[in-house]
Design a protein around this ligand. Sequence first.
Ligand code: HEM
Length: 382
Amino acid sequence: PYNWYRQMRETQPMYFDPQMQGWHIFSYGDVARVLSDHATFSSDESTFLPPEYRNATPISSSLLRMDPPRHRKLRNIVSQAFTPRMVAQMEARIQTITNGLLDQIVAKGEMDVIRDLAIPLPITVIAELMGIPAERRADFKQWSDALVSGGGETTAEAAQATMQTIRQATDSITTYFTQILEERRAQPQNDLLSALLQAEVDGERLSSEELVGFCVLLLVAGNETTTNLIGNTILCLDEHPEAMEQLRAKRELVPGALEEVLRYYSPIKLTIRGTTTETTIGEQHIAAGQVLLVWIASADRDEAEFPHADQFIIEREPNRHLGFGRGIHFCLGAPLARLEARIALNTMLDRLPGSWHVPDAPLSPIESMSVFGVKNLPLTWQ
Ligand code: HEM
């Protein structure tokens, strides 16, 4: 997609797409501005989805799709679980889980990075954090995949098929979490779910839709994206052997390298907003009630913000990428995602010696308008 983004930034940085009935936004300045101004650019689905597509998944009832003041109140409750301090306390546990996953493959000399590490690590971590059994992680994965599937269908039949897949996953996931939440209500424990059940906003408990919405948001937002950050990191290092050498020689560069992956191959390509009033973006006048397709992945390759934007430079400074968003919806899980990716990469560097090799066979990209990653990533070493 990166060639298309460049072409659009150069020729039509704001473009009305008659098929999508929305404005594509490609430049760093415009994307950053839209994400920063939540009053003009709403995250509420009613501002950007036709009625028949609203409330399709539990994520519709989550804070990702809310505006203030309710957004702020809900975010306050859950942000207590994600303070950098709380996350830092999980470091030892994440290391143990990573070691356990790698123990099984180190002797083999080959692995599939996605299947063997990038999928199971975040799922196991978030399940423990939420206090749900990790045994059903195959189901979690399938539900998450279904919920982010689709986008850009060209026929009504294809769009209907996607909606059907999404509906089925929604039913299963709602049943699952409703039951877990009932168990917790009867028997509170020291975990995130019990805390959410007890939380009050304006003197009232969260509705069951909001509770399920939050669980699903964590499961989907937290898994798919972290999986792809880990996978995309290995892709970047395979494509840039000089960066790999730098990292082997100097491990302090790992955190900066991960920020560069978030910029260069952002796991989330796109987010959506709707205009609440008429406004101008750049020189373009936009009416109220318009849909905006906000291309994070394009903004992060904009030369106006990033010199040599198409080069992968692990010591890039400054690196104000938008991979975790910006403004009031800035990713709540960013400290956790950074920690998991850092441990995954460092442990791979420790335990998989010599040079790494990704076979030349073409890799299959995930088919989604908003997610960037590969389905499988075979790797051999030495
Ligand atoms: C929001 C990216 C990992 C939880 C966001 C947004 C982005 C993002 C771009 C903003 C969306 C928007 O403004 O429309 C990522 C990436 C990740 C990652 C690239 C991994 C590399 C996680 C993890 C969790 C998480 C691990 C939790 C366990 C959330 C939540 C929100 C969010 C709850 C909504 C915050 C709000 O609306 O206030 N994420 N995320 N994310 N993310 Fe992440």
